[in-house]
Design a protein around this ligand. Structure first.
Ligand SMILES: O=C(O)c1cc(C(=O)O)oc(=O)c1
Length: 313
């Protein structure tokens, strides 16, 4: 009997109900400024080449670097920041492979454990990694002790990297002291996941704004309206006013902290349950939250360039 091929041994079955990324997105009506950076996106596998981690909480569809870069070109982005997805755990090979095949047009954010060696960190830096991600969303990861995370933060600070944090709004009070003890620039994923059915000037979102106001090293991605929206409308079928309930939240952050905001597609949108957005229409969300050319340029070009390609500015 022939030995099974690697592809056969590495077959993965998607999590039941998994929504695959949207094929054939619209061409955005909003013309992205030259040099725009998609500062939050992922690659998944392909699982046959880069197996999903045993400790993962979901098994996605594949989403390769070639598919990511085709989307970049279609939407009109120039560069990407590829963020390690939790389905790959601390095995950064798929993300690193995407970086080294980007022609210098992609940087990355890794997930590392305490055991990571300096030589490995240096190799990641050489490939384009500029940050590590600490995840506090319980459905995505198991708990990592805070002393381990602080130790990692102290080490990566020496490479000039930053820390990306992902958490739910209700957990901010409990995590506040840990976040404010981090010695690096800190980038919040998806605005700390506000509950947008609550008022934008209510205590929960005010606490997030205070977190940014009091800590000038804290940045925010104003991304993922498709994940945060409760009442839509969905970015499908040519909709130009998608996710209107998220707009006041994101716009508030963009206008108050214009020098510390980033935007990303979040392609291939892991774990969406309701619908998969048309990424072209998602790009058309941007002018609703960054209404002037100056705000758009900061959000899409000058801020991400300062954080990820400072040597080019
Ligand atoms: O909300 C999520 O499910 C999610 C998951 C991941 C990941 O698995 O890395 O990344 C994100 O940015 C968002």
């Amino acid at each position: 009997m022939n030995a099974p091929t690697p592809r056969e041994t590495m077959a993965f079955t998607k999590t039941p109900g998994w929504l695959d990324w949207y094929c054939g997105p619209a061409k955005p009506r909003f013309k992205l400024p030259a040099g725009a950076v998609d500062a939050h996106c992922h690659v998944f596998g392909p699982g046959a080449e880069f197996p999903y981690a045993p400790e993962r909480k979901y098994t996605p569809c594949d989403a390769s670097k070639a598919q990511l870069y085709a989307l970049r070109d279609h939407l009109g982005f120039a560069r990407n920041v590829v963020v390690q997805a939790t389905c790959h755990g601390a095995d950064n090979r798929a993300m690193l492979d995407a970086l080294v095949h980007s022609g210098g047009q992609a940087r990355g954010v890794a997930t590392v454990r305490r055991s990571v060696g300096d030589a490995e960190l240096q190799a990641m830096h050489d490939a384009g990694v500029r940050g590590v991600r600490f995840n506090f969303v319980k459905r995505l990861v198991d708990f990592t002790p805070k002393d381990e995370l602080l130790e990692i933060a102290g080490r990566i600070a020496k490479w000039g990297w930053h820390v990306v944090i992902y958490f739910e709004a209700v957990d901010l009070p409990e995590l506040w002291d840990f976040f404010t003890a981090l010695p690096t620039t800190v980038v919040v994923d998806h605005m700390g996941r506000p509950d947008v059915s609550k008022p934008v000037d209510g205590p929960e979102f005010e606490l997030f704004l205070k977190f940014m106001r009091d800590n000038p090293n804290v940045w925010s991605k104003v991304s993922c309206p498709e994940r945060l929206s409760v009442t839509g409308p969905k970015a499908l079928n040519g909709e130009q006013g998608a996710y209107a309930d998220v707009v006041p939240f994101a716009r508030r952050v963009v206008e108050e902290f214009s020098d510390r905001v980033l935007w990303g597609t979040d392609w291939p949108h892991p774990n969406l349950k309701d619908h998969m957005p048309d990424d072209g229409l998602l790009v058309d969300f941007i002018p609703h939250i960054a209404p002037t050319a100056e705000l758009q340029h900061k959000l899409l070009v000058s801020n991400p360039m300062r954080l990820y390609w400072p040597e080019e500015i």
